[in-house]
Design a protein around this ligand. Structure first.
Ligand code: ATP
Length: 238
């Protein structure tokens, strides 16, 4: 299918009287890695939750692969390939690493392909292979982030939405996680990356959107955003 993989048109989302997303437009093309940056409370997480069907829009349109996602159950979103790695990771702490990973494949029945994808995750994260029988609740924060990304891969994402993958991790682990994100992107998975670490996000992405108080205020190539003095001052600590 031609055209963008994701098209968001004038999307608005409210929590009761709080307008978290105030009419945004976004487009993600196949194979792109797009960053969404912005201060705390700008509406980034709400945007991701709406794209994956967790929050409902009050108005606007979301087209995935050219088709509207409106009024579909969450199961359908995952089956279509819209898969999120949530902020805080959402690990099942009393399940093993492998059981957590396989939860990502719960909408699938293609056993041989699932086994293949599991091997791919163990190739990307050898640390998880070593610890496949360990209870996930006993893993380090970085290892839990690996499980969350691995679990999403088991969902065969067409569009992978990552919410703050660097949160709470030591710089060396963050680098490792971002190296893996780049490897997944290089394999052709389209991604939308929400990140507080704007510099790292823009160094990794092809394009970026800047969100402020529920609106998109700037959209440009990642290189232009990195070179933009306003962005440098507001988000890059320069
Ligand atoms: P952060 O980087 O801090 O996670 P964010 O850009 O992801 O911020 P959101 O979490 O989307 O921002 O929040 C946007 C706005 O919506 C904020 O003002 C927040 O307080 C509000 N909000 C988020 N979730 C809820 C909720 N469940 N009920 C009411 N208001 C909410």
């Amino acid at each position: 299918m031609n055209g963008p993989l994701l098209q968001v048109k004038d999307l608005k989302v409210a929590y009761g009287g709080i307008h978290a997303v105030k009419g945004i437009d976004l487009e993600i093309n196949r194979g792109e890695l797009v960053a969404l940056i912005g201060a705390n409370g700008a509406g980034k997480t709400t945007t991701l939750k709406t794209l994956t069907g967790i929050c409902s829009p009050s108005s606007g349109e979301i087209l995935f692969d050219g088709k509207s996602t409106a009024k579909k159950p969450i199961y359908d979103y995952i089956k279509q390939g819209l898969v999120m790695v949530p902020e805080g990771r959402g690990i099942f702490s009393r399940l093993t690493v492998e059981e957590n990973l396989l939860m990502g494949a719960y909408t699938r029945s293609d056993k041989a392909d699932i086994a293949h994808d599991l091997e791919r995750v163990y190739y990307l994260f050898p640390r998880l292979k070593e610890r496949m029988k360990q209870l996930a609740g006993t893993l380090s924060g970085g290892e839990q982030q690996m499980v969350a990304i691995g679990r999403a891969i088991l969902g065969r994402p067409k569009l992978l939405l990552l919410d703050e993958p660097s949160m709470g991790l030591a710089p060396i682990i963050v680098q490792k996680i971002f190296d893996i994100i780049k490897m997944i992107a290089a394999e052709g998975v389209t991604m939308l990356l929400v990140e507080q670490n704007a510099k790292l996000a823009l160094q990794t992405a092809n394009r970026g959107y800047v969100m402020e108080s529920g609106k998109i205020t700037l959209a440009d190539t990642a290189a232009n955003l990195l070179a933009n003095p306003k962005i440098q001052q507001a988000y890059l600590g320069e």
